[in-house]
Write a protein that binds this ligand. Structure first.
Ligand SMILES: CC(C)(COP(=O)(O)OP(=O)(O)OC[C@H]1O[C@@H](n2cnc3c(N)ncnc32)[C@H](O)[C@@H]1OP(=O)(O)O)[C@@H](O)C(=O)NCCC(=O)NCCS
Length: 187
């Protein structure tokens, strides 16, 4: 899926190799076992074809996502780390949600379906306090999914990524952040 020409440019400067994709998948497997959550693979129910991947994952402490504290309540849970510190030291009480679909499956609502399932898993199964989502400012498709599933725009952070219309990665690209707090989910 990350070899799809409409997908990989949103993740890095070049198409990942099969080995890189396998390393990424292995990391997700370890995260499921250690932290009890990471991305799912989505399959077409009739054909069994891979449609995409998505869902919720824990975010590392001590990286650019620390800027997201500004969009979370100033309470101890926001910065608390998960007790299992492998494969990363991750936030314990909030998760990041995301999605990616093979291009032929865009436009049918599958990412929104993945997103809604991820929110249910995060709040109802794992009982987290918040779910955030983050994408480069000009990723209109992904931001539309965030809005469609009830996440609200909170502001921007700066991190390594792409500026619209500019080749390559920059350290201070703008990323839009959407947030859903537990209290709003419960309401
Ligand atoms: C982001 C991405 C997953 C969004 O995919 P998508 O197909 O636009 O999103 P959805 O699956 O929610 O589908 C919404 C579209 O399907 C339509 N749709 C049809 N049936 C629908 C249904 N039952 N429910 C919701 N939407 C439906 C909507 O009207 C909308 O169409 P529009 O784009 O013309 O407005 C896709 O663009 C992608 O894979 N991009 C590359 C990877 C990426 O950027 N990931 C995010 C990085 S942070």
């Amino acid at each position: 899926m990350h070899h799809d020409d409409e997908v990989w440019p949103w993740y890095g400067p070049e198409k990942p190799s099969l080995q890189e994709a396998e390393q990424w998948a292995a990391f997700m497997g370890v995260s499921w076992r250690s932290h009890g959550v990471h991305k799912w693979i989505a399959y077409d129910r009739l054909s069994g074809e891979v449609v995409g991947r998505g869902g919720v994952s824990r975010t590392p402490v001590d990286d650019d996502r620390g800027q997201m504290y500004a969009f979370l309540p100033a309470e101890p849970w926001a910065r608390a780390a998960h007790r299992i510190r492998h494969p990363i030291v991750a936030h314990a009480n909030w998760l990041e949600i995301g999605w990616a679909l093979r291009h032929e499956f865009w436009g049918y609502g599958y990412a929104s379906e993945i997103g809604r399932a991820g929110l249910v898993f995060a709040f109802e199964v794992l009982g987290v306090q918040a779910v955030v989502s983050c994408t480069v400012r000009h990723n209109a498709h992904s931001r539309a999914v965030m809005e469609r599933i009830g996440m609200r725009y909170a502001g921007e952070i700066r991190s390594r990524g792409k500026f619209e219309g500019i080749e390559g990665l920059q350290d201070d690209a703008p990323f839009a952040v959407h947030v859903l707090l537990r209290r709003d989910w419960d309401r």
